[in-house]
Every structure is written in C-alpha cells, then in structure tokens.
Design a protein around this ligand. Structure first.
Ligand code: AMP
Length: 299
C-alpha cells in the first residue's frame, strides 16, 4: 500500500549549538518521504523553484519515492531559516521566504488520486483542503500542522481537522488550539474537533497517543549526540505512518508499534544536519534501535 504526502520542499539555513548549514535540503514532505520510504512506497506532491538541486532527491527515488508530483515552477525554492537554543527544544524562526510556495496550488496527477493513505504534511490548511477534495476515497488520512496556521488560519484548519482520521501535533500546538493547559485534556479537546487518533509530540520528552479511552506513551531515544532537530517531527510522522501503512490492520497494538518506529527514525534524523543521517540509514539500523526501545521501556 502506498502513501501520498503533500507538503513543503525547502532549502533550509539552520544554526544549532553544533554548527550551521546553508540552503540545505529540507521541507516537511522531504523529511516525511525520507522516513516513510523505509516501510512503504511514497508519492510526493510539492513545489520547488528552478534553482532546486534535483539530484539531491536521487536517494529518495532509489528508495521508491515517486517524484512525478513534484512541480518545478519558475522562480526560487521556498526557503526557511531557524536557530536553535542551547535547549534544542526551543528554536526561533529567522525567516520564511515563500517564493514559489506563495502561489502553489497542489494538483494531484490522475494516478495519485486513489492512493489509499494520505499524509497532509505542514502546509497552509487551505491547500490541505484542496488536496482532500481531489482524493477519491482515502482509507486513512493523517494531518500535521504548525503554530503559524493555528494563529493565522484556524477556521480553515478546523475544517481540515473535521475531515481527517488522525493528527500529529506538538504539545504547544495542542495547547494553542484548545486553550487547555493540561496536555491530556488538550489532546482530548483536539479529538473532539474531528481526528479519532491524536498524537502529541514533546520533543526530547517523547510522544503520546490518545484514542478514545486508550493512552500510550513512548520516550525519545536517549541520545548523547543531537546535532539538528529540524525535521524530527516529520521524520517521526514518516516512520509512524510508513510502518502503519505496511501493516494489514490498524489496531491500537499496531499503532503502538508505529509510534515506536516513528521515534526510532526521528532519533536517527537528529544525529546529523538536514536529511544526511536519513540518507545513510538502513533498515537494519532501524530494527536495531527498535530492539533497544524494547529494552529501555520494558519492566
Ligand atoms: P519540523 O522541524 O518538523 O518543524 O520541520 C522543519 C521543516 O519544516 C523545515 O525543513 C522547513 O523547511 C519546513 N517549514 C518551516 N516553515 C514552514 C511553513 N510555514 N510551511 C511549510 N513548511 C515549513
């Protein structure tokens, strides 16, 4: 079964306490595809400018990512720049240059419309709605968003939330949407807006999932060297949704394993800048760390 992901493709400039990189490969759809493609075929819909180094995507193609839906528009690629604090759970966005993203209107190729699994990565919720309206009848739709859209496009975001099965968001976003301080209550409040499954990420403190009366928590892998948290959330989502898609059932047991696979892939993603660690990662590495997760959480 394959996944369609619609999101951003970017050139990122990032500064962390361990160094900085300029115009490096990034974007929500890129990190997601790099992670999900370990488990399942992925089709990507995004836009880049004519300055984009397309050969940088060769590693994704080799892993079965279909890039036919990547639009190459006249102009500059979307650029994002951020700086991380010593506490790398904290970051400031320095600049967001939309460039070709400003006029992006996602058009799904005909053979993409009946893809059974849809991941709406972080883009403007109005665009996420456009994508949903072009899909035939997806079996499972998962949504991601960010604080920017909660502040500037909440009515559209609520329309999307009413139509999806699952949402992945971070602790601050869950609180921002609901106005609720307690995170469990916030997650349940998010669920009341539509998604039956709510997954809340807490950076280096792991993630939890609420679905009806069920609750599951997973820690972040205890890493001693963390270089660049950019894309950790998208890699977590890619590992999680990729694994889920590769399974026949979507029971809560499968969802729990998917949460662990998401955490495994995200923990690798932050070990190097940009997508570098995901480029060299193997399925063997993924399974080894999945085993370590059993050790560190079993009692
Ligand atoms: P994350 O660290 O999971 O929040 O994802 C970081 C990625 O999101 C970076 O590679 C950015 O290029 C991308 N990004 C940042 N701002 C936006 C935005 N407004 N819309 C879409 N993607 C964005």
């Amino acid at each position: 079964m394959s996944i369609l992901v619609v999101g951003s493709a970017a050139l990122d400039t990032i500064k962390t306490p361990y160094g900085e990189v300029h115009d490096t490969l990034g974007g929500s759809a890129i990190f997601f595809s790099a992670a999900a493609s370990f488990f399942t075929p992925v089709k990507i819909v995004a836009v880049v400018g004519d300055d984009f180094p397309l050969t940088q995507l060769d590693f994704l193609k080799k892993r079965g990512v279909d890039t036919d839906g990547l639009e190459i528009a006249k102009g500059k690629t979307f650029r994002w720049s951020g700086v991380y604090h010593v506490d790398m759970n904290q970051r400031d966005t320095l600049s967001t240059d939309l460039n070709v993203f400003e006029t992006f209107s996602p058009k799904l190729p005909a053979n993409y419309r009946d893809t059974p699994y849809l991941f709406l990565a972080n883009i403007h919720p109005a665009l996420q709605l456009e994508v949903l309206s072009q899909m035939t009848k997806p079996r499972l739709v998962m949504l991601d968003t960010m604080n920017l859209w909660i502040s500037t496009a909440l009515p559209d975001l609520k329309k999307v939330m009413a139509k999806v099965d699952a949402i992945i968001l971070n602790d601050q976003e869950a609180r921002q949407i609901t106005g609720e301080t307690n995170l469990i209550k916030a997650a349940k409040g998010v669920s009341q807006l539509g998604p039956k499954i709510v997954i809340v990420k807490k950076g280096e403190h792991g993630a939890f999932m609420v679905s009806g009366d069920s609750f599951f928590a997973v820690p972040a892998y205890p890493l001693e060297s963390l270089y660049d948290p950019t894309g950790a959330g998208d890699s977590f989502a890619g590992g999680l949704f990729g694994y889920l898609t590769s399974c026949k059932d979507h029971s809560l047991g499968t969802m729990r394993k998917a949460m662990v696979y998401g955490s495994v892939v995200a923990s690798y993603a932050v070990e190097q800048f940009s997508v570098e660690r995901l480029r060299s990662l193997t399925m063997n590495d993924v399974e080894t760390r999945y085993g370590s997760f059993k050790d560190i959480t079993g009692f």
